[in-house]
Structure formats: C-alpha cells, structure tokens
Design a protein around this ligand. Structure first.
Ligand code: SAH
Length: 345
C-alpha cells in the first residue's frame, strides 16, 4: 500500500527522499506543492523531474478524500462526510463554522471513540482506529478546497479522543504550524480531552502552545463518573493536579467545558463546587447546553438555569461563557457527530 505523503513533516520527508536516492532539498519543493499550491497529483509538481514524479506516484498517495455528503445549516455551518479512501470505506465527519473572527474547523481524530461518555453520540460506534496525521490535515485541505475559504482556527472536538491518538495529533499539528505547511499558529488550535491525565502531563512537559480544553462536565466524582467512565481511571482530584501542572509549565489558561444537563449537573450546588474546584486557576469555563442524543438520558438545562449557573461562576471569580450552538439542525453541534448515523442514511 502507498504511503500517505501528508503524514510527513519536512524533516521526515527528507529522510523519505534520501531512501529513494533523491536529494533532500526536494522535500521543501514537494511541501510547497502540497500546502501552498495545493497540488492534487504528483504530475502537477512540474519543477520535479518526470522520473521523480513517477517514483513519488509509485510509492506515495496524496491522501485525498471524497466528499460523500455535505450539509449546510441555516446558520452557515457546514458538515462534511468524507470517505478517506483507504482500503476500507472509512467515513469521517468534519464541521466548518463561521465566527466573527474567522472560520473554525472541528476535526475528527479517530474512527470512533473509546471513552464512552454517556451523553456523546460518538459512543457506541465500533472503534476503528486512529486517523493518521495526513488524514487529520486532509480535513482542512478538503474543506478549503471545497469552499475557497481560509481556515483560521482548528478545534480537535470532532469524533475521537485526540490524546488517545497522541503522536499522530502532534505530528499533524507540527505540519499545520509549519510556516511552509499550513502556517496556522498553535494559539489558533485547541485540543479537547476527556481527561487523559498522563497525556496532559506530557503536553505540559512539551510546553505545547495550543489551547487545552478539558471536558469536565461535573464538579464531583459521583456525577462525573456517571457521565464519563474515564473519571474512574482519572478522578477529578488527579485531573485538577494535572491541569495545575499544565498551567504552571505552559503559563496558559485552560478552557474547561461543562455541558449542562437538566437536574444532573446544573444546580447551584454544582456551581458552588465548581467554584471551589477552579478557584485561583488560570482558566475559563465554557458552558455548553447539552445536546440530547437519541440514546441519552440527558436533556438540555433550561435557559434560566444556564444563565443562573453562568452568573454564579462569574460573580465568584470564575470567567464563564455560554457557547453558542451552531449547526444543530444538521446534527453538527457539540457531541452530535456520529458517522454511523450517516452510514445508514
Ligand atoms: N474526546 C474529546 C473531544 C471530543 S468532544 C473530549 O472529550 O473533550 C468535544 C466536546 O463536546 C467535549 O467537551 C464533549 O464532552 C462535548 N460533548 C459531547 N457530547 C455532547 C453533547 N451531547 N452535548 C454537548 N456537548 C457534548
């Protein structure tokens, strides 16, 4: 099987070329063809010899996707269903959202997810493995190609647990950051995690400059464990310790996500516990009205309790905002991505 050339950063590509008996500087040229000129075939890379183009074509693919389906929301949000065109018919979803500050893409990092969060539509999809770095990047390239827009922000909030696909996600980010690659700065990238504590320490030690979002969703272990099985492995105290370490090492603010579900985690007691938990931390709380999924027992909190919850946090020194819901009419809002639904359609 051909290797996806988008799995390689420039330095890796130099090694690949050396192994083919080629000069390493060709790597820069190829990189430019891929990320600046957006070539769709090796044949277009006209400053490479015919012989090299042929060699590349024999050994590598450009990892292009097929758009299986595209849905456009009334608010302009677009959801794409891609066939990643590897040996199986693997389908993934990505979402493009427009904000006043630019376009944000929500990318998928795994074929399914192992975390099993009870409120998330990705739960229950048979897990099909990790996306490669090239498959993560291709979501951006394909959407830019299809829409002609320039994406300015990337959030790893599609299907999958990005820190469970650590190496590939970090490699993709390297290529995305590279000024000769997609040239999108780390500050414009958010990684969202359900709370894989050892990986949070690893990110901290690498002084990762991306924004870290932590899906907290509850301020006590009982409630959190009932919503997120990962809390049994890494309870709140350990998660908070890792988050504090991360803040200390990177000097970066953590964004805590908190999906509000009626009578589950949305009363003032929960807000009080949350204030105690986050007091003094460099952080921000993103309140998400939970999206009801078919199999889920959770329903959205009322607007009134969401606002009360936010105000309580804000009045007690914790900066909290309510996330605007985009794309819910095309099942593209938080936690709604589920490739199997679309398979069946
Ligand atoms: N696995 C990662 C990233 C994917 S989900 C994580 O857990 O953070 C991105 C965000 O959407 C997470 O905060 C997740 O908890 C949240 N989410 C999942 N299902 C949701 C739902 N039904 N309603 C609201 N938010 C949801």
């Amino acid at each position: 099987m051909k290797k996806n050339i988008k799995n390689f950063d420039i330095d890796d590509l130099k090694e690949e070329l050396k192994a083919l008996g080629e000069k390493p500087f060709r790597a820069e040229q190829i990189f430019k063809w891929i990320y600046q000129d957006r070539a769709n075939s090796f044949d277009e890379m006209t400053n490479l010899s015919l012989d090299l183009r042929k060699k590349l074509d024999e050994n590598y693919s450009l990892g292009l996707f097929n758009i299986e389906k595209k849905l456009v929301s009334v608010d302009g949000t677009r959801k794409y269903l891609f066939d990643v065109q590897d040996e199986d018919k693997n389908l993934i979803e990505s979402v493009l959202m427009e904000y006043h500050h630019g376009y944000t893409i929500c990318v998928t990092s795994q074929f399914g997810c192992k975390m099993g969060c009870k409120f998330c539509a990705s739960t229950g999809i048979p897990f099909g493995g990790n996306l490669s770095p090239g498959q993560i990047i291709e979501q951006i390239l394909e959407i830019e190609k299809d829409t002609g827009v320039k994406i300015s922000n990337i959030v790893f909030m599609g299907v999958g647990e990005p820190l469970d696909n650590f190496d590939n996600v970090l490699k993709a980010i390297e290529i995305i950051n590279n000024p000769k690659g997609l040239n999108i700065g780390a500050r414009h990238i958010s990684i969202s995690t359900s709370g894989l504590v050892p990986k949070i320490y690893e990110l901290a030690d690498r002084k990762m400059q991306c924004t870290l979002s932590v899906s907290l969703h509850a301020s006590n272990n009982n409630t959190r464990s009932s919503m997120m099985p990962v809390n049994n492995a890494y309870p709140i105290e350990e998660l908070m310790k890792a988050c504090k370490y991360y803040i200390e090492k990177t000097n970066k603010r953590i964004s805590f996500e908190y999906a509000l579900a009626k009578d589950n985690n949305d009363n003032l007691e929960d807000a009080k516990d949350l204030v105690k938990l986050l007091q003094g931390m460099l952080c921000h709380v993103n309140l998400i009205p939970i999206n009801k999924i078919d199999s889920g027992k959770y329903t959205k909190s009322t607007n009134e309790s969401i606002i009360k919850f936010r105000d309580y946090l804000n009045n007690h020194g914790i900066v909290a905002t309510i996330r605007r819901e985009l794309g819910s009419d095309i099942a593209a809002a938080c936690g709604q991505l589920r490739k199997q639904n679309i398979n069946k359609e």
